[in-house]
Ligand binder design. Structure first.
Ligand code: 8YV
Length: 323
């Protein structure tokens, strides 16, 4: 039997690429150059499966093909707001993602950003590297204590829950949760969390806010000027979810005018482009979308895609079917 033709859009961990090449008629992107919308459109007409990442805009334009050959988009990553689900439905295609295997590592990066922003680690490192450190003094780069403070979690899915575990059990933080549906009491109880009705209630109560909700049109600019104004003066905003969830211009204003204490971002609107205003903000820590960037998580994500593909082509329902 002919093996399904599969396009891998970026370089993946070697062990996963090797297995893909064994199990499928796989074309790998050895140059690791991101695909254009036109190339994605072309791929949809020539492969049985396309394996995109966050850097592939599988937009309505890219999916504007009469009859795609691709029957499945097996996404490498948990977030899939770069895939136009209306077009997917029109073509009767399947979409899968890779949840669970990156939750701990992404929460680790959220906690890294939280600690770095609170303790001014980015500022300190920058000062030291340019030879600007004049020595210890009691008033030097004084930050904000993390232990025992209140953390607000927006989106209490798998990653949000991992973040809560770290914050509560590691740093004795009080956890408040905002989530679109009611969280089961047992899950909240594990971190002694309290769920509030909405963001208007959450924002003013927290010393730290960490975003773990999906991206996409529905949550675009969820954190806007009004929400930032509801934050405590001196509070910190952390985003490891998707860039579009924050209105970056509004965040810049809040950081420039010190209406909040600071922020930590791993994701950006229109990444890898960085809003020039953000680069001016000293009280901001930025990482280049490193949430799942560990050997363990990236391999597990790849093998999860393989499982989804094997199930799909064997006629079974893939465990991570999201559309
Ligand atoms: C991935 C992520 O590395 O899984 C996600 O949603 O944001 C990242 O950790 C990236 O999306 C790969 O496509």
């Amino acid at each position: 039997m002919l093996k399904p033709k599969v396009l891998v859009t970026r370089r993946w961990p070697a062990a996963v690429e090797a297995k893909l090449a064994e199990d499928f008629d796989a074309v790998l992107n050895t140059s690791d150059r991101p695909l254009s919308e036109e190339e994605i459109r072309d791929a949809l007409t020539r492969y049985d499966a396309v394996l995109p990442t966050v850097t592939d805009k599988v937009s309505a334009k890219a999916m504007d093909v009469a009859k795609p050959q691709a029957r499945i988009l097996a996404n490498y990553g948990v977030g899939y707001s770069h895939i136009d689900l209306a077009s997917v439905a029109n073509h009767g295609m399947t979409v899968t993602n890779t949840p669970d295997v990156l939750s701990e590592c992404t929460a680790d990066i959220a906690m890294t950003l939280l600690l770095m922003a609170a303790r001014r680690a980015g500022e300190g490192e920058r000062e030291l590297r340019v030879g600007g450190w004049t020595g210890w003094r009691p008033t030097h780069l004084v930050g904000t204590k993390v232990s025992g403070k209140t953390l607000g979690i927006v989106g209490f899915g798998r990653i949000g829950q991992e973040m809560a575990r770290r914050a509560h059990h590691g740093f004795g933080m009080k956890i408040l949760v905002q989530n679109r549906s009611q969280v089961v009491p047992d899950v909240l109880a594990q971190v002694k969390a309290e769920q509030v009705e909405n963001l208007d209630q959450l924002m003013p109560e927290c010393d730290f806010i960490s975003l773990h909700c999906p991206g996409g049109a529905g949550n675009r600019h969820l954190i806007n000027t009004r929400m930032l104004n509801l934050m405590k003066p001196g509070a910190f905003l952390i985003n490891t979810a998707r860039g579009e969830v924050i209105d970056e211009q509004a965040l810049c204003q809040a950081l420039m005018f010190d209406t909040i204490g600071g922020a930590g971002l791993d994701v950006f609107e229109g990444e890898p482009r960085i809003n020039p205003c953000l680069l001016q903000c000293e009280n901001l820590v930025m990482l280049p979308h490193l949430g799942s960037a560990t050997r363990e998580a990236r391999e597990a994500m790849g093998f999860r895609v393989l499982d989804n593909l094997s199930d799909f082509f064997a006629g079974r329902a893939p465990r991570d079917k999201v559309a």
